[in-house]
Design a binder for this molecule. Structure first.
Ligand code: AMP
Length: 222
């Protein structure tokens, strides 16, 4: 079974549309959507040791140290629901994390099938991310211009309150995008060299991007 697991990575800076696409893929293929940023925020909300350590980095848009993030993701990947594959979102962000992921999959007799890189120009990213609102309960994100909620301030899915994340403010967003691109270029190159990278034009509408992603997954599992 392990050899047939569907393990995928979704790469792209904040505002590229990763969250929206990841939720769709997760539902369609039945693999858990594991978002490192969501996990870290939930540690902060529960005021765990990790949450307290991560806070100082997250508030200034910097990366949380590799060892903390890697052990958090490995723990999550060992949960029973992750046995048939995972869709990782926001992880890996550094080469060290990418290598740790390979090692963890290898232990399970699995291999990463595909790394999808959602590409969007810098100015579009800043505009999208700075107009972003997140549901307090389920973390679904909306953008008042691109995909607004049906009722202002209320999540379509569970009726939760929408709020603007502290790190989605304009200055922090620009810094997060800069850090993302700078740190993640080596990860993108790493997957390109392995022949499992697929770059996707993330400026198109949500449906076209989703169709492209499905085609790539279909080709990768064949
Ligand atoms: P995100 O929701 O993916 O934009 O992540 C929010 C913040 O969490 C980032 O700005 C980082 O501070 C931290 N973070 C999330 N994922 C990682 C990761 N893989 N490595 C290091 N820091 C991370």
């Amino acid at each position: 079974m392990a050899g047939n697991a569907l393990d995928l990575v979704l790469l792209g800076p904040v505002g590229a549309g990763k969250g929206t696409q990841a939720r769709r893929v997760s539902e369609k293929y039945g693999v858990p959507h594991i978002a490192s940023g969501d996990l870290l925020r939930s540690h902060r909300a529960q005021d765990t040791d990790l949450g307290r350590q991560a806070k100082t980095y997250m508030d200034r848009g910097a990366l949380v140290p590799d060892d903390l993030v890697i052990s958090m993701i490995v723990d999550r990947m060992r949960q029973p629901d992750a046995g048939h594959g995972v869709l990782l979102d926001g992880f890996p962000r550094t080469l060290t994390q990418a290598r740790a992921l390979d090692k963890e999959l290898e232990v399970e007799g699995r291999r990463l099938k595909l790394a999808l890189y959602l590409q969007v120009p810098f100015d579009v990213l800043v505009e999208r991310a700075a107009g972003r609102w997140t549901c307090r309960t389920c973390q679904t994100t909306y953008n008042y211009r691109v995909n607004p909620p049906r009722k202002p301030g209320i999540c379509d899915i569970d009726g939760g309150e929408l709020y603007q994340r502290e790190d989605d403010r304009l200055e922090v967003v620009s810094e997060r995008i800069r850090v993302y691109v700078e740190d993640t270029v080596p990860v993108v190159d790493y997957y390109r060299e392995r022949g499992i990278l697929h770059e996707i034009d993330g400026t198109r509408d949500i449906e076209s991007v989703a169709a492209d992603i499905e085609r790539q997954i279909g080709a990768a599992v064949w």
